[in-house]
Design a protein around this ligand. Structure first.
Ligand SMILES: [Zn+2]
Length: 217
């Protein structure tokens, strides 16, 4: 089993390693003790509480937002930015990109970008819903001029039933320098787990930064 896992890991690393590293980002350099906390699927009713928690912890996040939900909450979009978080797109309505035609994917990307607006990172960032990509959708996203933001560490918070599970999965021993941690908005247990996760990372000597800052490390 261990050999199979190692083979799978090698195949995955070879796949990601073959892509242009500045345009398809999975993680930052492993040489600096920094990590990025990233949150998908917002804005959600709990967003304000997430932002309050991040403020109290003094850490920035990177939020990948859905176009349809964002268009209903323009004041929340300003709030993320005002508090120093990085924003990226997560599709208009969470439709998996590989199942869309060229026009449909273009529509999802452009409409969401129009709602989120220009970001200080310059080139817009997108995290595909479910992390799902095909060769065709990947090529189209890059041709549209976007940076693709994946992740290297899944908290599996969507699958957890309480905060303890999320905290246990995100123990600092399990996390390495440069990792991009995947979380989701809209989960009470993720929100409740955040202070303990960030505290553990800080105690282990990690700094939490935005994804843009992580890759600039
Ligand atoms: Zn999502």
């Amino acid at each position: 089993m261990a050999a199979l896992a190692a083979l799978r890991r090698r195949a995955r690393d070879a796949f990601w390693g073959a892509l242009p590293p500045s345009r398809v980002i999975r993680r930052g350099p492993a040489t600096v003790k920094r990590v990025a906390l990233t949150f998908d699927d917002g804005p959600q009713p709990e967003t304000e509480a997430y932002l309050e928690a991040m403020d109290r912890l003094g850490v920035p996040g990177t939020f990948f937002l859905m176009g349809d939900l964002s268009s209903e909450r323009p004041e929340m979009l300003r709030e993320y930015t005002r508090r120093g978080h990085q924003l990226g797109a997560h599709g208009w309505n969470h439709h998996p990109f590989p199942t869309l035609g060229i026009g449909g994917l273009r529509d999802q990307l452009r409409r969401t970008e129009a709602v989120i607006g220009p970001q200080p990172t310059g080139r817009p960032w997108v995290r595909p819903p479910y992390g799902a990509l095909s060769a065709r959708s990947l090529a189209q996203i890059l041709a549209e001029g976007l940076t693709i933001a994946m992740w290297s560490f899944d908290s599996y918070d969507y699958d957890a039933t309480d905060a303890d599970q999320v905290v246990a999965r995100c123990a600092p021993e399990a996390i390495g320098p440069g990792e991009v941690l995947l979380f989701h908005e809209g989960h009470a247990h993720t929100l409740a787990a955040l202070p303990r996760i960030v505290d553990g990372l800080h105690r282990a000597g990690y700094e939490c930064v935005t994804m843009a800052d992580l890759i600039a490390s």
